[in-house]
Design a binder for this molecule. Structure first.
Ligand code: NAD
Length: 432
């Protein structure tokens, strides 16, 4: 089966590489010439564990190009995996998806199935189908199927090769059959629905997870006020199978390219249909406040950060990725700088991307120790393993004042106490 994939971001490239790993011949298309040149030379333009290794392993079955016409014209299946970012009003920006749909319509010279992997509002697959049919340059049959993606950044390859489920939304049996063939070697449950239900499964899943995070964060905030410990509370809750023990980790809120935009897009869509999704709105509001929680806590220790060395550990929105989209650091660090802080930041993979946004005004450090040197306060924004494994004594020996504000609850309270540091985390007693 000849497969093409439009877009080589976290979803498109991982999809293409994993399909090649399962024996398909895949052409990956992107408009970004720099990315394509990198991939052609065997280098992944994004950081994801195992991605580059599998790109090299499957290089015989993988090709990369900006020539969409060549890639689409004789493909059996074309996946759309381009971005659907947030518009100012919260709705999804579908420009890239519609552009690809038009490019496909002008290029295809044989019957094919177009598979929409990008997260798109309910009803978009219908519009894509109409757009393709009205722009077809050749007399061919094009089916459109919805196949939303559930991978998490940081474990994208593992999540794709061992998917929790593969959702296929189709309006005709033929497209369903083709997708069953594409995924025949994937050992995952296949859920076949109509297209609108498939589109909704994606939004409902992401929004439910966002809601779970915001819920535990609110409980954490209350724990702090009344003297309970959120780690114990979450542990005790997680044994209940109806609740589950995943996504009960309190912190400074969710970020990334999906939860923030997918909550807002579904809320917008509901509003558009005169319906208010109150729970989703609450998840969004709680998250906005939670992002600033550490900065608010810092006021307990310093009225202002002016002239202070401030260590920032972790820049990315989660560990295992170099992605900064909607990372809490993007709002917090500019506020610290505005307050006059000397920000000294460390991240194992996110620095290059952060530098593109903030080339000046931040000292980028190549080790945690360097960031902590002479710092008056330290903020932990991402739970990287290197941070979790740091000897806590280092905060005391390297910092001017060992005040650690931990937005990801990386340490045990007893260890912080033993190390003799001030340790202020989320939903737990402050050690001082
Ligand atoms: P991304 O921004 O990382 O990548 C999108 C890529 O598409 C870019 O490389 C861009 O250059 C390319 N592109 C734009 N227009 C193009 C065109 N006309 N032809 C070919 N390529 C084009 O995006 P992403 O994070 O991979 O997300 C893609 C979609 O998948 C979004 O809808 C997102 O919501 C969804 N999704 C993302 C994740 C995730 O964790 N990132 C998980 C599940 C679903």
């Amino acid at each position: 089966m000849k497969i093409s994939v439009a877009g080589t971001g976290y979803v498109g490239l991982v999809t293409g590489v994993c399909l090649a790993e399962y024996g398909h011949t895949v052409t990956c298309v992107d408009i970004d010439e720099r990315k394509v040149a990198l991939m052609e030379s065997g280098i992944s333009p994004i950081y994801e564990p195992r991605l580059q290794e599998l790109m090299i392993k499957n290089k015989e079955r993988l090709s990369f190009t900006t020539d969409y016409q060549g890639a689409y014209k004789e493909a059996d299946v074309i996946f759309i995996g381009v971005g659907t970012p947030e518009k100012q009003d919260g709705s999804a920006n579908l420009t890239h998806v519609y552009t690809v749909a038009e490019q496909i319509a002008r290029s295809v010279e044989k019957d094919c199935v177009v598979v929409v992997k990008s997260t798109v509002p309910i009803g978009t697959n219908d519009k894509i189908e109409a757009l393709i049919h009205s722009n077809l340059a050749h007399d061919v049959t094009v089916h459109v199927a919805s196949n939303p993606e559930f991978l998490s950044q940081g474990s994208a390859v593992r999540d794709t090769l061992g998917a929790s489920r593969i959702v296929i939304g189709v309006e005709d049996e033929e497209a369903g059959q083709v997708l069953q063939t594409v995924y025949k070697d994937f050992n995952a449950p296949i859920v076949v629905t109509n297209r609108k239900s498939a589109e909704m499964i994606k939004y409902a899943s992401n929004d439910f997870l966002a809601l779970k995070i915001s819920f535990i964060n609110e409980i954490a905030n209350l724990c702090e006020i009344i003297g309970a410990d959120i780690e114990d509370v979450a542990h005790g809750m997680g044994f209940d199978k109806r609740i589950g023990d995943q996504f009960l980790k309190a912190g400074i809120g969710y970020g990334g390219s999906c939860f923030p935009k997918d909550t807002k897009a579904l809320h917008w869509l509901a509003n558009f249909h005169d319906y208010e999704l109150k729970t989703v709105k609450a998840a969004i509001d709680v998250n906005e406040n939670q992002k600033l929680k550490l900065l608010k806590k810092s006021r307990k220790y310093y009225e202002r950060l002016t002239g202070l060395n401030v260590a920032v550990l972790g820049l990315t929105f989660k560990p295992g990725t170099d992605d900064l989209r909607e990372a809490p650091t993007l709002v917090n660090i500019p506020l610290m700088i505005e307050d006059g802080a000397n920000v000294r930041a460390w991240d194992p993979v996110g620095i290059e991307n952060f530098k593109k946004l903030h080339p000046e005004g931040i000292t980028y450090c190549s080790s945690i120790e360097e960031a902590l040197q002479e710092a008056g306060i330290c903020f932990i924004f991402t739970e990287w393993q290197e941070i979790k494994e740091l000897e806590l004594d280092k905060y005391r020996t390297l910092m001017k004042h060992p005040i650690v504000l931990d937005g990801r609850n990386c340490y045990q309270l007893a260890d912080a106490e033993k190390a003799g540091i001030v340790y202020d985390s989320i939903g737990r007693e402050t050690i001082s």
